[in-house]
Design a protein around this ligand. Structure first.
Ligand code: AMP
Length: 171
């Protein structure tokens, strides 16, 4: 399937999780095996060839990241909400389109010099991806960029990022 065909499966849910937010629901892509496989391949094509590890953001980023990692031969590192990872972590607090939150990564998930690419479903304000960049940099990794399914261009989240951003769909 093409990215346009995949995009047509995304459902926009008004006022979720709170008033004023147009939530992009990508679950219909996951429910369609052909669309999910095509999307994983399309995202994998955009991952920098030198990437050692993909950095996946909870929780839809996990689903995309796991599928894409299988296609590009990268390891997968999970970035999670506080208190979910069992071993020693590093933490960053960030602004979200709807509220604030913190994210954690295992301290030994990356080693200095690891080359990483961040993956997620939606880039809105860019606060989440920018926090993940900081986590990676604190562990000494080199961030090659981010690959995001949908970028909400009007919010200019990419301006918060220190490294190149690829979005498959701009809305
Ligand atoms: P932000 O930090 O504002 O760029 O928000 C990005 C994170 O919040 C991503 O992990 C998205 O999954 C989620 N998110 C933010 N806005 C939306 C939206 N309009 N629809 C779906 N997910 C969103």
């Amino acid at each position: 399937m093409t990215i346009d065909q995949i995009n047509r499966l995304v459902l926009t849910v008004p006022d979720f999780p709170k008033k004023g937010i147009s939530f992009k629901d990508i679950t219909p892509i996951l429910e369609n095996s052909e669309a999910f496989l095509s999307l994983a391949k399309l995202m994998a094509e955009r991952i920098h060839k030198n990437t050692d590890k993909l950095i996946a953001i909870e929780s839809r980023g996990f689903i995309l990241g796991a599928a894409v990692a299988q296609h590009c031969g990268c390891g997968l590192v999970l970035v999670r909400k506080p208190g979910k990872l069992p071993r020693e972590t590093v933490r960053e607090t960030y602004d979200l389109e709807y509220g604030t939150d913190s994210l954690e990564m295992h301290k030994n998930a990356l080693k200095p010099g690891d080359r990483v690419t961040i993956i997620d479903d939606v880039l809105a304000t860019g606060g989440t991806a920018a926090a993940v960049e900081k986590l990676c940099l604190r562990l000494g990794a080199q961030v090659l960029g981010s690959v995001i399914l949908m970028e909400i261009e009007a919010l200019n989240g990419r301006a918060k990022l220190q490294n190149p951003l690829v979005s498959l769909i701009a809305i």
